[in-house]
Design a binder for this molecule. Structure first.
Ligand SMILES: C[S@@+](CC[C@H](N)C(=O)[O-])C[C@H]1O[C@@H](n2cnc3c(N)ncnc32)[C@H](O)[C@@H]1O
Length: 174
C-alpha cells in the first residue's frame, strides 16, 4: 500500500473513532432540524438579550445559531474536537456564540445561564436532568431545560411543542 493511502486511511479511522467515542458519552452526532426548532421555540420560550442558552453537546452549532439570531448569548459544550472546531470557525465573527470542547458533565454553568438545551439519547436524559438540578442549586436560580425527543420521568413539562419538552428546574430547598 502506498504511503499517502495509508495516511488517508489512518486519518479516516481517527475521525470515525472520534465520532464513535463521543457518541457513547451522551449522544451520536445528529443535528436538530432548524426549521422545526425555530417554530417550536416560538411556542416554548421566547429568547432575548438577557438569556444565555447552553447547548449540552452542541454538534455543528445549529441551536447556538438559532439562539443568537433571537438575540441571546449561546454557549456550546461539545466533546468532539472536530465539531467544536467547526463551531469555532463557523461563528468566528459572532461574539454572541462561543464553544468549549469539554464533557458537559464536567462543566460548571456560568451564573448568567438561563436556558439549557439537550438532544441526547434516552439513557442520558435523567443524568442530564440531575446535572442541571445540581447547577440550579449551586447558582440558586431556576433554569429552563429544553429537551429534544426525550421527556423526564418525574417532572411535568411546562410546555410541549413537536418533539420538544420545556421544563423549569428550580433550586431545591435543603
Ligand atoms: C444528537 S447531537 C445534538 C447536536 C446539537 N445539540 C443539535 O441539536 O443539533 C449530540 C452531540 O452531543 C455530543 N456529545 C455527546 N456526549 C457529550 C458529552 N458528554 N459532552 C459534550 N458533548 C457530548 C456529540 O458529539 C454530538 O455532537
Amino acid at each position: 500500500m502506498a504511503f499517502p493511502t495509508l495516511i488517508i486511511i489512518i486519518l479516516i479511522l481517527i475521525v470515525v473513532g472520534i465520532f464513535l467515542i463521543t457518541s457513547l458519552t451522551g449522544a451520536p452526532y445528529v443535528p436538530t432540524l432548524r426549521k422545526d426548532f425555530e417554530k417550536a421555540l416560538k411556542k416554548l420560550l421566547p429568547l432575548g438579550k438577557d438569556d444565555l442558552l447552553i447547548d449540552l453537546g452542541a454538534g455543528d452549532g445549529v441551536i447556538l445559531d438559532v439562539a443568537a439570531k433571537n438575540g441571546a448569548k449561546a454557549l456550546g459544550i461539545e466533546l468532539n474536537p472536530i465539531l467544536a472546531g467547526i463551531i469555532r470557525f463557523r461563528f468566528r465573527k459572532k461574539p454572541k456564540v462561543s464553544v468549549k470542547c469539554k464533557n458537559f458533565y464536567h462543566f460548571s454553568f456560568p451564573k448568567e445561564t438561563t436556558v439549557i438545551y439537550a438532544f441526547a439519547v434516552g439513557i442520558h436524559i435523567e443524568p442530564i436532568y440531575h446535572k442541571i438540578q445540581k447547577e440550579a442549586n449551586r447558582l440558586n436560580k431556576p433554569l429552563y431545560f429544553i429537551s429534544n425527543a426525550f421527556n423526564l420521568k418525574d417532572l411535568k413539562p411546562e410546555k410541549k411543542s413537536g418533539t420538544w419538552f420545556l421544563y423549569k428546574i428550580t433550586p431545591e430547598k435543603h
